[in-house]
Design a protein around this ligand. Structure first.
Ligand code: HEC
Length: 214
């Protein structure tokens, strides 16, 4: 055995011994990390789900959200969600999804209003994420929905009303691929391919330099 091989062998052996003893000690602590406090978990646990789970108490209307949008969003998304430059457009695109140039927006594409709330709350304004209050988030979410003609200006958006907002593409996401050339049903897990024929073999190229023993 060459020297480098011996060293590698020793390293592997030591890792195995360490792993085995860690397993034997069962949950031994190494003085790293800390117990996650409820406040710490709450900071991470911010997802809002389609059925409204996770949405905090609070509310806002599109009328309230207009000022927030103009001040915090319009520089990138345009005053009416029409987008500035190459920033994402937030409105329109209905009936474009099946075309060769689909315009995917909140109105045309997003299946749930909860995703909009979650996304704005989590990630917007770009560069200053999570700086909106809960009420501002409800209000500005209502405003984006209003810009897409999905709610009225005075519609009160809160955790009860939000899951009920009817999103146009709600049923546009389907589990099965409708393309005719794509097999549907249970994927094949055994003996799926017929006979494999070897057409030709590659020639040994001998590219490994000789004279090195390792
Ligand atoms: C500095 C520019 C900027 C500002 C200000 C900003 N956004 Fe955005 N927004 C972006 C960018 C960039 C993306 C795309 C981010 C990505 O794909 O990772 C985005 C994405 C979005 C999307 C998803 C669009 C889609 O269909 O994929 C929504 C909704 C949105 N922003 C809403 C808002 C709202 C509401 C505000 C104000 C509270 C806001 N944004 C402020 C730049 C901005």
């Amino acid at each position: 055995m060459s020297r480098s091989r011996k060293v590698a062998f020793l390293a592997v052996a030591m890792t195995l011994v360490a792993a085995a003893s860690a397993a034997a000690l069962g949950g031994e602590r190494y003085g790293l990390g800390q117990q996650a406090s409820p406040a710490l978990i709450a900071g991470w646990d911010i997802d809002a789900r389609p059925d409204g789970q996770g949405l905090p108490p609070g509310q806002g209307t599109a009328a309230d959200g207009e000022a927030v949008f103009v001040e915090r969003c319009a520089t990138c998304h345009g005053e009416f969600g029409e987008a500035v430059g190459r920033y994402p457009v937030l409105i329109g695109g209905s009936d474009s999804l099946a075309s060769s140039n689909p315009v995917k927006t909140v109105g045309s594409y997003w299946p749930y209003a909860s995703t909009l709330w979650d996304y704005i709350h989590r990630a917007m304004p770009f560069g200053d994420a999570q700086s909106l209050s809960v009420d501002e988030t409800y209000a500005v979410t209502a405003y984006v929905l209003y810009l897409n003609d999905l709610v009225a200006e005075d519609f009160v958006l809160n955790r009860e009303s939000l899951p009920k907002v009817d999103m146009p593409n709600r049923n546009g996401f389907i589990a099965e691929d409708p393309r005719p050339d794509t097999p549907v049903g249970t994927p094949c897990m055994a003996d799926c391919k017929g006979e494999t024929k070897i057409m030709f073999k590659s020639k040994p190229l001998d590219v490994t330099p000789e004279g090195e023993s390792n």
